[in-house]
Ligand binder design. Structure first.
Ligand SMILES: Cc1cc2nc3c(=O)[nH]c(=O)nc-3n(C[C@H](O)[C@H](O)[C@H](O)COP(=O)(O)OP(=O)(O)OC[C@H]3O[C@@H](n4cnc5c(N)ncnc54)[C@H](O)[C@@H]3O)c2cc1C
Length: 300
C-alpha cells in the first residue's frame, strides 16, 4: 500500500504506519492497517478526523472478534480506541455508561455488582461496546438494541454527537451507524435485579459457551447470520460442512457456524472456505447464507 498523498493531521495519541492488525484480531490473520491510529481521548480523535482528508477511508475496530482482515491490509485509517476509553460507571435509573473500548464482560459485571439485570448476555460476547453497538450483538433472545439508550459518536468529519438508540435503525445483527463513525461511549439501561441471581445467570452463560463454542481458538464468532426460521449452524451441518478444511482454515467440529484458523491459515483461505460453505448450503437447501463476520480490507 502506498502512503496517502496528503499528510495526516497531528494527533494526541499514536499513529503507526503499516500497523499490524493480525497481532490482536481473533483470527490472527490478514494484512496491516495503512495507518493504525490510537487517539488519547475523544477530543483528540475529533480534531484528527476533522483535519483528515475526506478522501481517506476511516474504519474503527474493537478487538476483532467479528472480523476477517484481508491479506492485503486495510487502506486508509483504522481507529482503535485506547484503554482510557474503556471506563464503566453506574448512573441512576439502572443505567450503565461505558466507553467504546470497554469489553462486554466488564459492562455485564459492573451491572451485576450494581444489581442491574438485563445486561447478562454481554457476558458471552467477547467484543467491545463499540463493536456491540455497531453489530447489534446479542444472545439468548436479547440484543444490544434492547438495552441501549444512547451513544456518543465521533462522525467521519470530526463532530461529536449524541444519538438516541432509535436513530441507529436496528435490525438483527445490523445497525445504520454511518460509515467511518466511531462509537466512543454508550449508555445502557436494565431493570432492578438481585446480584446473586444476575451472577448465576452470567455463570450459566459462561458455562454454556465453554461447552458449545471454540472459545480458545483463533476464530471470528458466528460466521453467518441465522436466516429467518433457520439456524445457520444446522444448515452448515446438513450440507456436510462440519470439519471441512481449506489449508489451515476449518469449519469448527464443535460449532459449525464458526470458522477456525488452525495455525497458518491466511485470510484468503478463511474467506474462500466461508464461500465454499455458502455454495454447499445453497445447493443443499436453496438458502443463501449472509455473512455476519465483517470482511474488511483488500486481497493481496
Ligand atoms: C467466541 C466468540 C463468540 C461470539 N459470540 C457472539 C454472540 O453470542 N453474539 C454476537 O452477536 N456476537 C458474537 N460474537 C461476535 C463478536 O464478539 C461481536 O460481533 C462483537 O460485538 C464484536 O465486537 P468487537 O469489538 O470485536 O468488534 P470488531 O470485530 O473489531 O468489529 C466488528 C464491527 O464493529 C465495528 N466497530 C468496532 N468498534 C467500533 C467502534 N468503536 N465504533 C464503531 N464501529 C465499531 C467494526 O468496524 C466492524 O464493522 C462472538 C465472537 C467470538 C469470537
Amino acid at each position: 500500500m502506498s502512503a496517502p498523498c496528503t499528510a495526516l493531521p497531528p494527533l494526541r495519541g499514536t499513529i503507526e504506519h503499516q500497523g499490524s492488525l493480525a497481532d490482536f484480531i481473533w483470527f490472527r490473520t490478514g494484512g496491516p492497517a495503512e495507518w493504525l491510529v490510537r487517539p488519547d481521548d475523544v477530543q483528540s480523535l475529533a480534531a484528527f478526523l476533522a483535519g483528515l482528508d475526506p478522501e481517506v477511508p476511516v474504519l474503527p475496530v474493537g478487538v476483532g472478534s467479528n472480523l476477517i482482515v484481508r491479506d492485503g491490509g486495510v487502506p486508509g485509517v483504522v481507529v482503535r480506541l485506547p484503554k482510557a476509553m474503556a471506563k464503566v460507571s453506574i448512573e441512576p435509573g439502572n443505567r450503565v455508561r461505558a466507553g467504546g473500548a470497554a469489553m462486554g464482560i466488564t459492562v455485564a459485571s459492573a451491572a451485576r455488582d450494581a444489581g442491574i439485570a438485563g445486561l447478562e448476555f454481554l457476558r458471552g460476547i467477547p467484543g467491545t461496546v463499540g463493536g456491540a453497538v455497531r453489530m447489534n450483538a446479542g444472545a439468548y433472545g436479547r440484543d444490544t438494541s434492547n438495552i441501549l439508550v444512547e451513544i456518543t459518536l465521533v462522525t467521519r468529519n470530526g463532530t461529536v454527537e449524541t444519538w438516541p438508540a432509535a436513530r441507529l435503525g436496528y435490525t438483527y445483527r445490523h445497525s445504520e451507524l454511518p460509515e467511518g463513525a466511531v462509537v466512543v461511549e454508550a449508555l445502557f439501561e436494565g431493570t432492578p435485579g438481585d446480584k446473586a441471581e444476575i451472577g448465576a445467570e452470567m455463570d450459566r452463560i459462561a458455562a454454556e459457551r465453554e461447552a458449545s463454542q471454540p472459545l480458545r481458538s483463533r476464530t471470528g464468532g458466528s460466521t453467518f447470520k441465522n436466516p429467518q426460521g433457520h439456524s445457520a449452524w444446522k444448515l452448515v451441518d446438513d450440507a456436510g460442512c462440519r470439519g471441512l478444511r481449506r489449508g489451515d482454515a476449518q469449519v469448527s467440529e464443535k460449532h459449525c457456524n464458526f470458522l477456525l484458523n488452525l495455525g497458518n491459515a491466511s485470510s484468503v483461505d478463511i474467506e474462500a472456505l466461508g464461500e465454499e460453505v455458502r455454495a454447499k448450503v445453497k445447493a443443499q437447501s436453496g438458502i443463501e447464507l449472509e455473512w455476519e463476520i465483517q470482511r474488511i480490507g483488500v486481497d493481496k
